[in-house]
Design a protein around this ligand. Structure first.
Ligand code: NAG
Ligand code: NAG
Ligand code: NAG
Ligand code: NAG
Length: 741
């Protein structure tokens, strides 16, 4: 159903792709990456590199045409933002970035032992080839434990069932699977010719991740694991260096690198004078969990610490994240919100965040303009005052550059340097090209701030347009797995769903004025139903992992049905001995007033994995057998716990990003055309009384022009008539030019 104009456009695109692929295949001369104490050395040349993290599964790929778009744009009506990977990479390059850094997500690629998935958003090879085609390098952080606020830190959950398994230590089963997966990825990269040693874009690889944080917990087995991991990785012969971040004892030739916000001040440096000083995670913001506020890090502060790192001999800085994106589906780890690093230079939707993007772009240009003296000059450090220094790099052949540092956060300072006076703002670093001309100052922002605007284009406020399906509340007789104990949550769900039902029959005989049910759970959410009605709910938080809940209940004389839904909001992504963590109900008691607590923990419990709606694939609104309720009365569909809602909508016009405002709902998950856009949780308010995230990104790639299926699963009860579809744009700061040029 393509229009003639669009069809001819696609033929042209196909031709351009074929031509470019042909011309790129020519040069297969041996190339490589080495390093010395100053920097990475690529094809024999020292390099000063800026890098940005973009995680491929946190945005959508689409076709590999963006870099030709300027030729074909007049001919066709193609949507630039539809193609997130090419567009993000292009904007990253325009921001003065040389390298794109990504983790590899094991649990995406091997959801079942030996069954691999590299399709769609998981198409790692396509992502790397797109980066190559735009002329950037890649840093591939294989891990395969990655943390990354990603479900289970990237480990596949089936690993937990491998006999004898202890993660991330000198443990044979773990080492076997880690080596197997790492080799799988390295061989895939080699077979596609993607290492720089083969003429490809990958200049670095990472093994493990921030292991220094947990190493002590494994005693002597921690140190031997680090040695093994380094040897194993180096033995895979990629022809490019390996790094380990936050790993002071990284064995040679692996380079230890820094993560943090102030690595110029905190990093003691590489563990050998022959290794370059590298910063693998310069946090542009920080992760955000439900109940937490966004972390705002200013452009000035990021620029100050990046410049300081370079002044102190650093030659590689990666911004984490440069684009964060979206935790689609159930990919976020415990309690993290669905948007990821929205405060990065490219926001969740890929829009420029100004002045952060522009101020860093100017910093990169200023530093690059003096790459020669920086990489080849001799460093001298001068004191210019109690809190002021100059870092000078000079060489008679390659020139001179100076970084004037004012560490005083309260006072602007006049500094004398080589017979000139320079005035520097408080907490600022000035870059003097040729040791003379002040071309950049970290505290002086020339780029104007922009503002993001969310514009509602449709409110789903017509009751007739909604259909609703209520989950049935299972009773003891509906739940097949019966034991005299409360079973561990993830042992049963295997993380195939967030949900597990615990059911009980409770015989009430003696009269009781105010009965209540007391529950303890190791997370994350519980909803208590008594005789088919919601009696109460509770949840933990990032800080409070145990849920304790006392709910008043009304019991009838005789048999009562107690059904408790336990829900997870992602598995953990960090810590030692992650395989031992347990979740779900641990205690249940019925009390009558102050006394007479009856412990139910050892009673006969039924267990049922997952929701009925999941089993019949309600996210596609398929197999709907019953309960098409009359929806004429808006009251009928509001405030209904455990309800599935469905409506249809047309794609908003324009090519800007699209988001759903879920502010009228509670907690649950949303699907568009059968694809999950992530969990939402707007009822969990921050200390200042706002939801941590109200707007949830729908990638344009998930949409068709009309007849899009929207399905919402709501746990607590909300008002779907308040959900709205929005377009998202920015105003101010040469936006149009930067977005679409
Ligand atoms: C968690 O604790 C930290 C400090 O310990 C606090 O700043 C933060 O607000 C807490 N977050 C939540 C969701 O309770
Ligand atoms: C930078 O490197 C030079 C040469 O290795 C060394 O002499 C100097 O101490 C280093 N400076 C800093 C601040 O690390
Ligand atoms: C989970 O199941 C395994 C056996 O399948 C058992 O050894 C382990 O104790 C269980 N964990 C918990 C916390 O119940
Ligand atoms: C409890 O559930 C059973 C079915 O398992 C049902 O027959 C019974 O009516 C329920 N009792 C109450 C009080 O809802």
């Amino acid at each position: 159903m393509m229009s003639g104009r669009v069809a001819s456009c696609w033929i042209l695109v196909a031709m351009v792709v074929v031509l470019s692929t042909a011309s790129a295949g020519g040069d297969t001369a041996e190339k490589g990456v080495t390093y010395d104490g100053r920097s990475l050395i690529i094809d024999g040349q020292r390099k000063l590199l800026f890098s940005g993290s973009i995680h491929y599964p946190r945005s959508t790929p689409e076709v590999n045409v963006l870099h030709f778009i300027s030729y074909i744009r007049p001919l066709c009506f193609l949507n630039v933002l539809l193609m997130m990977w090419p567009s993000l990479i292009k904007k990253t390059k325009e921001g003065g970035i040389d390298v794109i850094q990504t983790y590899v997500f094991w649990n995406l690629h091997e959801p079942k032992l030996g069954q691999y998935d590299f399709s769609g958003r998981n198409d790692l090879v396509k992502f790397i080839k797109e980066i190559r085609s735009q002329g950037l390098y890649v840093c591939l952080r294989i891990g395969p434990f990655v943390e990354a606020e990603w479900n289970y830190g990237g480990l596949p959950f089936w690993l937990r069932d491998v006999p004898g398994m202890v993660y991330r230590t000198d443990n044979e089963p773990f080492k076997f699977h880690m080596q197997r997966f790492t080799s799988k990825i390295v061989n895939l990269m080699k077979s596609e010719g993607l290492y720089a040693s083969q003429g490809g874009p990958i200049i670095l690889s990472q093994i493990e991740n921030e292991y220094g944080n947990v190493e002590a917990g494994f005693h002597e087995k921690g140190a031997s694991y680090v040695k093994w991991a380094a040897q194993m990785a180096v033995g895979l012969q990629t022809g490019v260096p390996w790094i380990m971040c936050k790993q002071p004892d990284a064995p040679d030739p692996v380079i230890n690198t820094c993560n943090g916000m102030r690595c110029g001040e905190t990093f003691p440096g590489p563990n050998s004078p022959n290794k370059p000083k590298m910063w693998t995670e310069d946090w542009t913001s920080f992760y955000q969990f439900y109940g937490g506020e966004p972390y705002i890090r200013s452009a000035e502060d990021i620029a100050f610490h990046a410049a300081l790192f370079i002044a102190k001999n650093g030659s590689y800085i990666n911004y984490y994240m440069y684009h964060g994106g979206t935790n689609f589906g159930r990919t976020s780890s415990s309690y993290f919100i669905t948007g990821y690093y929205d405060q990065a230079p490219l926001d969740e939707y890929g829009l420029l965040r100004q002045p952060k993007y522009g101020h860093l772009k100017e910093l990169h240009a200023a530093i690059k303009s003096s790459a020669n003296p920086l990489l080849n000059g001799k460093q001298t450090v001068l004191s210019l005052g109690p809190m002021q220094q100059a870092y000078v790099f000079e060489d008679e052949n390659s020139g001179c550059v100076a970084f004037l540092v004012n560490n005083d956060a309260r006072k602007a300072i006049q500094m004398q340097f080589r017979n000139n006076a320079y005035s520097l703002l408080p907490k600022s670093i000035g870059i003097l090209q040729d040791c003379k001309t002040l071309i950049y100052e970290t505290a002086k922002v020339n780029v104007a701030k922009n503002m993001r605007v969310t514009t509602p284009v449709q409110v789903f406020n017509v009751p007739d347009k909604w259909e609703v399906f209520r989950e049935s509340i299972p009773t003891f007789s509906d739940t097949p797995l019966k034991t005299n104990a409360l079973l561990e949550h993830t042992n049963l769900t295997k993380d195939r769903t967030d949900y597990l039902w615990y059911t009980l029959r409770f015989e009430s005989s003696s009269p009781c004025a105010n009965p209540s049910l007391y529950i303890e759970s190791l997370g994350h959410v519980v909803h208590v139903f008594v005789n088919n009605a919601l009696a109460g709910s509770g949840h933990g938080s990032r800080n409070i992992t145990a849920v304790k809940l006392q709910v008043p209940v009304s019991l009838i004389n005789g048999q009562n049905n107690i059904s408790i839904l336990s829900g997870m909001v992602g598995l953990p992504d960090s810590g030692a001995y992650m395989e031992r963590k347990s979740y779900g109900l641990t205690k249940a008691q019925i009390s009558c007033g102050e006394t007479n607590a009856i412990d139910l923990s050892g009673s006969q419990w039924g267990h049922l994995v997952g929701l009925l709606g999941d089993k019949v694939r309600l996210h596609q609104w398929a197999n709907l057998k019953s309960v098409k309720r009359s929806t004429n009365d808006a009251g009928l569909i509001k405030n209904c716990p455990l309800a599935w809602y469905k409506t249809m909508f047309d794609e908003p016009s324009g090519d800007g990003p699209v988001g759903l405002n879920m502010g009228s709902m509670g907690k649950g998950e949303v699907w568009v055309n059968g694809q999950s856009i992530g969990r939402y949780w707007v009822s969990f308010l921050t200390p200042s009384g706002h939801p941590s995230q109200s707007i949830y990104h729908i990638p344009r790639a998930f949409l068709k022009p009309s007849g899009n299926l929207l399905v919402v699963f709501e746990e607590e009860g909300g008002d779907p008539l308040g959900i709205s579809l929005n377009t998202i744009s920015v105003i101010g700061s040469n936006q149009a030019q930067s977005q679409l040029s």
